[in-house]
Design a protein around this ligand. Structure first.
Ligand SMILES: Cc1cc2nc3c(=O)[nH]c(=O)nc-3n(C[C@H](O)[C@H](O)[C@H](O)COP(=O)(O)O)c2cc1C
Length: 357
């Protein structure tokens, strides 16, 4: 169990760490608001809000906007066709923000794996100091990244995997609940249980991921024991996300009931927005005798999903998205989104004390 010397109730402790300094001093601009948790300290960011790696979406436009707004923007390494292209994207992102940003390296089993180590080398050579890892990351990669002075945030979907990552020396863990977009694992444990279950066992800072879109979510995550949040789907529906406006509108229009879990029968569950393609995959998986990956490959191919994001033909390919689409009503800038999440979080944590009066 994590040790805590502060005996104040959880919500009060969290409030104590949100130092929103809006004092006005004559002729001095008010200090920028900021929050303080171990995650903001570790990553040198103003707010404990991370934009998770997102294939085809995690490019410089989005990552720099999130970092400029005080969160942590993350470039997705494998969105770039080669390690050299990643190096160029890092340089482009650096020209768009002076704030820290990270690189996501997702290492999933593949018939022809990408040159993962060369992507890592490109991130190191580009001076990136924060690495978000996901999937099966060899110990040698962690050692190499740490030797280069990187802070490593490992994202996973189970407490046992979080503990294994901690043993391997990562600096923080993001844990994705069953609600999340992408791969939620096969345990089907929602964030309300998974986050405190992980917080009870981990010593490194925990970041809650999956199903978070607003200040209520940030407040809840902090009270549950996390010290920051990671969002994917919510950041897709922002002005700066480099995807077609019709895809953003799809995320606005859909409800929390409008996701599909595909690849369940292949033991590689993945959550995406319900549309003609994901419905067809689910139907094929439910056929007597199931389906082989080769039979659905033409529907789920990465290139097809990328084309959908670019063309806005939202019924033509997979659109990754989590149940949190039920909480998305608009397409703000990243700055507006982060600002209102922080203010709403503060308000919600304050409101919590009303129960005790
Ligand atoms: C469009 C999209 C693409 C994603 N691609 C990746 C990826 O390549 N690697 C990864 O680790 N996570 C990926 N994710 C997962 C996110 O980083 C994050 O963990 C997840 O979206 C959190 O759940 P939420 O969408 O409910 O916020 C993706 C999510 C989305 C929405």
């Amino acid at each position: 169990m994590r040790c805590c010397h502060n005996t104040a109730p959880a919500a009060t402790r969290v409030r104590q760490r949100i130092a929103v300094n809006q004092e006005s001093r004559p002729s001095v601009a008010p200090a920028e608001p900021r929050m303080r948790t171990r995650v903001t300290e570790l990553l040198a960011i103003r707010f404990p809000i991370i934009q998770g790696g997102m294939q085809w979406v995690g490019r410089a436009e989005l990552a720099s906007a999130v970092s400029n707004a005080g969160g942590l923007g993350v470039l997705t390494a494998l969105t770039q066709p080669t390690p050299e292209a990643l190096a160029d994207e890092i340089a482009r992102c650096r020209s768009m923000t002076a704030q820290p940003f990270g690189v996501n390296l997702t290492m999933l089993p593949a018939a022809a794996p990408p040159p993962y180590e060369a992507y890592l080398d490109a991130a190191i050579a580009g001076g990136v100091k924060i690495l978000e890892t996901a999937g099966n990351v060899p110990e040698a990669f962690i050692a190499k990244a740490k030797a280069a002075g990187m802070k490593i945030v490992h994202k996973c979907t189970a407490v046992r995997h979080a503990l294994a990552a901690q043993r391997r020396g990562v600096d923080a863990v993001s844990i994705d609940g069953f609600e999340c977009a992408g791969h939620p694992g096969e345990d089907d444990v929602g964030g309300l249980v998974l986050i405190p279950a992980a917080a009870r066992r981990l010593q490194v800072p925990l970041i809650a991921s999956g199903g978070i879109a607003d200040g209520r979510g940030l407040a809840a995550a902090l009270v549950l024991g996390a010290e920051g949040i990671n969002m994917g789907t919510r950041f897709c529906a922002t002005q700066e996300a480099p995807i077609h406006a019709r895809v953003k509108q799809l995320l606005v229009d859909k409800s929390e009931r409008d996701t599909n879990l595909i690849f369940r029968t292949l033991n590689n569950s993945a959550r995406c927005v319900k549309n003609a393609i994901s419905d067809e995959v689910v139907a094929m998986e439910r056929r007597p005798g199931g389906v082989a990956f080769a039979e659905i490959h033409h529907l789920v191919a990465g290139a097809r999903g990328r084309a959908t994001l670019e063309s806005g033909e939202v019924e033509n390919g997979l659109v990754w998205g989590g149940q949190v689409i039920g909480l998305i009503d608009d397409v703000p800038s990243c700055a507006d989104l982060i600002r209102r999440i922080v203010l709403e979080c503060r308000e919600r944590l304050g409101a919590g004390s009303a129960y005790f009066q």
